[in-house]
Design a binder for this molecule. Structure first.
Ligand code: SAH
Length: 243
């Protein structure tokens, strides 16, 4: 039986508390009482929690034992800024799929007004990721980085296998590249970074920059997918090969 899971608003090594809308839902809708048991996420770990007390609109739990946490998948998505409603959908789905980190980037063909207001949306994107993590019972919340210029993101040094989702690529499939990375990584799972372009696609200069920085172009097939479809499909392919 999997217990319902809450994300603690505050905690110490033996207790955790919910406040705000989580607490009022637990008190008013679920009629919280001392002794009720739930999973509590506190400090990136999941605990078996037992309600110790309710005061006003705060619920306090005793943390009994740690519950085996399911770690995020070592997948980072570099998402070029595209229409916010679709981008936010992609953030929610990538969170459900277990993606560890999302880096919003400004590509040449990211619409200018979206690029300008992206920085003001990052807190909202972090909230979307937190809610999606809770709903999908993740024990961790994916990191949404601050918005980066594409050049900076493409150059970020990381030991991850860096794969550029390129709609023109015809010879290497994402699946082939990931299977190869998994084989090369031996018993560990390789970290994978996936870069997704904007609605207008990558420019030739951007593809050349990625190439120079050691990114490998990979294909998701002959059809042109919307950016959000490509993001989710790529994350799902990698997740499926890793699980
Ligand atoms: N405007 C472009 C399509 C851009 S799609 C055109 O019409 O050609 C947005 C992004 O999704 C692309 O930059 C790429 O990163 C990804 N993508 C879409 N289809 C893909 C495919 N078949 N293979 C790999 N990546 C793809």
């Amino acid at each position: 039986m999997t217990r319902r899971r809450w994300i603690a608003d505050s905690w110490d090594q033996s207790t955790a508390s919910l406040t705000g809308e989580q607490a009022s839902h637990l008190i008013r809708v679920l009629r919280a009482q001392a002794g009720m048991e739930y999973d509590i996420v506190a400090g990136d770990r999941v605990w078996h929690g037992v309600i110790a007390g309710i005061s006003g609109d705060a619920v306090r739990f005793n943390l009994m034992a740690e519950v085996e946490a399911d770690p995020a998948l070592p997948i980072t998505l570099l998402l070029s800024i595209f229409k916010f409603d679709r981008l936010e959908w992609a953030i929610e789905k990538a969170t459900e799929l277990g993606v560890e980190r999302i880096v919003p980037v400004i590509a040449r063909r990211s619409e200018k007004h979206l690029a300008q207001s992206a920085a003001n949306r990052v807190e909202r994107w972090r909230r979307i990721a937190r809610e999606a993590a809770k709903q999908s019972r993740r024990s961790d919340i994916p990191t949404i980085e601050d918005v980066l210029p594409l050049k900076t993101a493409a150059r970020q040094n990381s030991d991850a296998k860096r794969l550029l989702l390129a709609e023109q690529e015809r010879s290497t499939t994402l699946r082939h590249a990931v299977e190869e990375a998994i084989r090369d990584a031996g018993e560990n799972m390789p970290a994978i970074r996936l870069a997704i372009g904007p609605e207008g696609g990558w420019t030739a200069e951007e593809e050349a920059l990625f190439g120079v920085e050691g990114w490998r172009s990979v294909s998701l097939g002959p059809r042109i997918l919307r950016a959000e479809t490509a993001a989710i499909t790529a994350a799902a392919v990698v997740a499926a090969l890793m699980e």
